[in-house]
Design a binder for this molecule. Structure first.
Ligand code: TRP
Length: 463
């Protein structure tokens, strides 16, 4: 394998890099997924475990990925191969990269469907569905619930929205017109954060803030299960966009002299803050309007559309909010589609357009599994003991198995395979800090991941 596909572009500044990487990290994972998995896994204790996973596993593994990307200055598989060769080890280690591509592909197949839901909600908000539902307070929650169920069980609507999302992503990738989009996102992401904070304050005033706060931060370990620990670990990878080669690609463009450790911490902190704010925006409404914390994937959509129904200018604010969610999700869809497309260009020598169309079609076909899962089709009830249907299966096998496994390989690779002087040089930390990072990458992260896995194996009663 050649390792001479070196990239020569660089981020224009440390700020540009942190913003772009935070943009890739913040997405449906923070605003849609984190709040509902927290609810399904009992609240406070889950949040605590999640924060520990981010701190002790997510951040060091992010550093490791950036180190590999920066050292290899190349696409993920080649960067890994380069680092392995430099240490006199087998370039087979680059297989890590192939598993990453597969995991990203599977994630995208359901991510695109949920992005489609958000697009449908832009339409609902703009056409006044939220305020109409609020007209009668006694049926408000019910009507909003029906709106959601009506959407997710309507295969035709979902096919249209998913096709719009995947089709636009294919267009953007094949035309290489990402530049404009990236500029747009650098404005939209901070705007999303501001809007989320506004919604959080609104929820705090009209909803049950103290119930939400104690749900999220009162730690009661009796509520935590081993499955919850696995979900928290998996989500730490998912939300930081780890183990998919993304941070390696970003690291490849890192200018000299930027601290990998400091910027990784900044990205992770920003990502975590967005997730916590999303929780604080959603739960006061959940508890005040009789929704269930354990509702699952519907939680964001139902709680906030109730809030928008009651809010002054709610249809407008709701439209704005869901437009921003669509953008945040769309940038992730593009990042995720980019890697299989780039793989086809690099390995199969395809043209960009052809590669984008082929990967997009693959995603579209695979997304049918998720679409039909939500409509309750009988054949989707198959999940091999991992969740209730094929959507939950795809989520489980990617977030809870493939990403932690990828993270394990990355930490072992950086801790044991790469030349230690190289890692030290790239991290450029004082000795004692470097020792801590290495202790985590060599021992703590791999052992913690293996322990969680070993305990979780009992959960998979294959049926
Ligand atoms: N981190 C994203 C989120 O929280 C999801 C994601 C995972 C992602 N891996 C990715 C996005 C790779 C872009 C690229 O929603």
């Amino acid at each position: 394998m050649s390792t001479d596909t070196h990239v020569s572009n660089r981020w224009s500044s440390r700020y540009a890099y942190v913003l772009a990487a935070t943009g890739a990290a913040v997405g449906l994972g923070n605003i849609w997924k984190f709040p509902y998995i927290m609810g399904e896994n009992g609240g406070g204790a889950f949040v605590l475990v999640y924060l520990l996973c981010i701190l002790f596993i997510g951040i060091p593994i992010m550093m490791a990925e950036v180190v590999i990307g920066k050292r290899g200055r190349s696409t993920p598989a080649n960067a890994v191969a380069h680092c392995a060769q430099e240490a006199g080890k087998s370039s087979r280690w680059s297989l890590i990269g192939s598993m990453n591509v597969l995991a990203g592909f599977l994630i995208l197949s359901f991510y695109a469907v949920i992005a489609g839901w958000a697009a449908a909600y832009v339409y609902f908000a703009a056409t006044g569905e939220f305020s109409a539902a609020a007209a009668d307070a006694t049926t408000h929650t019910q009507v909003i619930g029906d709106l959601f169920v009506g959407l997710i069980t309507d295969v035709k609507q979902l096919l249209i929205w998913t096709t719009v999302i995947v089709g636009s992503a294919v267009f953007v990738i094949s035309k290489g017109v990402k530049g404009g989009l990236e500029t747009a996102v650098t404005y939209l992401m901070p705007a999303l954060l501001v809007l989320l904070v506004v919604i959080m304050f609104y929820s705090a005033v009209v909803g049950d803030f103290s119930a939400a706060f104690s749900f999220m931060f009162h730690v009661d370990f009796s509520q935590l299960t081993i499955k919850g620990v696995l979900v928290a670990l998996g989500h730490a990878f998912f939300t930081l966009s780890l183990a998919l080669g993304i941070m390696m690609i970003y690291g490849a463009y890192l200018p000299k002299g930027v601290s990998i450790a400091k910027t990784s911490i900044m990205i992770a902190v920003a990502d975590t803050i967005v997730a916590l704010i999303a929780g604080l925006a959603i739960y006061p409404i959940v508890f005040a309007s009789g929704l269930e914390a354990t509702a699952g994937p519907s939680l964001l959509f139902q709680s906030l559309s109730i809030a928008f129904g009651n809010m002054p200018f709610g249809d407008f604010v709701g439209t704005l909010f869901f437009v921003m969610i669509v953008f945040a999700a769309f940038t992730s869809v593009i990042a995720l589609l980019e890697s299989p497309a780039a793989y086809l260009v690099e390995r199969q020598g395809m043209s960009r357009t052809k590669a984008a169309i082929i990967s997009g079609s693959g995603i579209w076909l695979l997304s049918l599994l998720t679409i039909f899962s939500f409509s309750g089709a009988e054949w989707t009830k198959l999940s091999f003991g991992m969740g209730a249907d094929l959507f939950e299966f795809l989520d489980y096998i990617t977030a809870n198995i493939m990403l932690p496994l990828g993270g394990l390989l990355i930490s072992v690779f950086t801790g044991w395979v790469m030349k230690q002087e190289v890692v030290k040089e790239e991290l450029n930390l004082p000795d004692w800090q470097f020792s801590i990072v290495m202790l985590i990458l060599r021992w703590i992260a791999p052992i913690a991941i293996l322990l969680v896995f070993a305990n979780a194996v009992g959960l998979l009663q294959l049926s």
